[in-house]
Design a protein around this ligand. Structure first.
Ligand SMILES: N[C@@H](CCC(=O)N[C@@H](CS)C(=O)NCC(=O)O)C(=O)O
Length: 292
C-alpha cells in the first residue's frame, strides 16, 4: 500500500497481509477456526464469552441489571476472550459463534445448551427469558425494538467507519474521516432529539434499547471513545449527556462495565466474573502482585 499515490483497484482483489492498521493481525477474508480449543464452562446457567468493549458491555450490564431485579437465574460466568490474540478463532468459540466476534452467550439453563451471538439477539433473548427490560406489547415494545435495531445498524458507522479511519487506519484519509464524522454527528443528533422528548429511548422506562446504545454513544458523548470528543464537539449533545449520566449512576451499569475489561484503572478491571463477590475481591488491583 502506498498512501501517497491514488489507488486504482485491480480487477480481482487479493489479500494483502501487510495492509497495516490496528487489528490488521486478526483480520482475515475467510471465516472458520484457526486452531482447536474448547470453551471453558463454569457453574452458572449462563456462560458469557466476551471482552469489555461496548458490544461486550451491553451484555454484562444487562446481566447485572437482571440480577439487581432479583432474577437469580441470570447468574453467569463471564470468560475473557482476548480478541487481539485471536481467541475468537478457536474451535469452541467458532462453534458458539460462526461469525467469530464477541459477545457470545451459551444458555445452559435447559436440557440442551442454546448458543446466542450478536449482542442485540443476546439482549432480546435475556429480556424475553426473564420478562424484563422489554415492554410486553404495543407501541412501547415497538419503540424499544426500533431503537435496539437502530443501534445495531448505526454503531458499525461509528466503530468500523469513524473510529477506524479517525483512530486506527495507518494514514489519515480526509474523505473517509469527513464522511463518517458527518454520519456520527447526525446519529448523535438523532439521539439528542429523541432524548429531548423522552427520558429513555423507548419512553419512561429504562429498557434494552438504552442498554444497547449507552456503551457506544454514552462513551462517545463523554469524549471517551477514539479521543474524538473535541473533534466531534460532543458537549453540544446535552440530552445525550443527561441520559448518559443518569445511566452511569445505576449500580448495575457500573458493575457491568467492569466485567471482562482489560484496560483503564486496575480497580475498574474485572477480567473474569464467576461470582457476585468478584467485584469486591478479584479486580485487577487486588489480583496483581503487590509492588515492593
Ligand atoms: N454486531 C456484533 C459486533 C460484534 C463485534 O464487532 N465484536 C468485536 C469486538 S467489539 C470483535 O469480536 N472483534 C474481533 C474480530 O473482529 O475478530 C454484535 O453486536 O455482537
Amino acid at each position: 500500500m502506498n498512501a501517497e499515490l491514488p489507488y486504482t483497484p485491480p480487477t480481482v482483489w487479493s489479500w494483502n497481509k501487510e495492509s497495516g492498521g490496528r487489528f490488521a493481525n486478526i483480520n482475515r477474508p475467510i471465516a472458520g477456526k484457526t486452531h482447536d480449543k474448547d470453551l471453558p464452562v463454569g457453574r452458572h446457567p449462563l456462560q458469557l464469552y466476551s471482552v469489555g468493549t461496548p458490544n461486550g458491555v451491553k451484555v454484562t450490564v444487562m446481566l447485572e441489571e437482571l440480577l439487581a431485579l432479583g432474577h437469580a437465574g441470570a447468574e453467569y460466568d463471564a470468560w475473557l476472550i482476548r480478541i487481539n490474540e485471536g481467541e475468537q478463532f478457536g474451535s469452541g468459540f467458532v462453534a458458539a459463534n460462526p461469525n467469530s466476534k464477541i459477545p457470545v452467550l451459551v444458555d445452559r439453563s435447559g436440557t440442551t445448551p442454546i448458543r446466542v451471538f450478536e449482542s442485540g439477539a443476546i439482549l432480546l433473548h435475556l429480556a424475553e427469558k426473564f420478562g424484563a427490560l422489554l415492554p410486553a406489547a404495543g407501541a412501547a415494545r415497538a419503540e424499544c425494538l426500533s431503537w435496539l435495531f437502530w443501534q445495531m445498524g448505526a454503531a458499525p458507522f461509528l466503530g468500523g467507519g469513524f473510529g477506524h479511519f479517525y483512530a486506527y487506519a495507518p494514514s489519515k484519509i480526509e474523505y473517509a474521516i469527513d464522511r463518517y464524522a458527518m454520519e456520527v454527528k447526525r446519529q448523535l443528533d438523532v439521539l439528542d432529539r429523541r432524548l429531548g422528548e423522552s427520558r429513555y429511548l423507548a419512553g419512561d422506562e429504562y429498557t434494552i434499547a438504552d442498554i444497547a446504545v449507552w456503551p457506544w454513544y454514552g462513551t462517545l458523548a463523554k469524549g471517551q471513545l477514539y479521543g474524538a470528543g473535541e473533534f466531534l464537539q460532543v458537549q453540544d449533545y446535552a440530552n445525550v449527556l443527561r441520559w448518559t449520566d443518569e445511566i452511569a449512576r445505576r449500580p448495575a451499569a457500573q458493575r457491568g462495565r467492569m466485567v471482562n475489561r482489560t484496560w483503564g484503572q486496575p480497580s475498574s478491571q474485572l477480567h473474569e466474573r464467576h461470582d457476585a463477590s468478584d467485584f469486591e475481591f478479584r479486580t485487577a488491583d487486588k489480583l496483581a502482585p503487590s509492588s515492593p
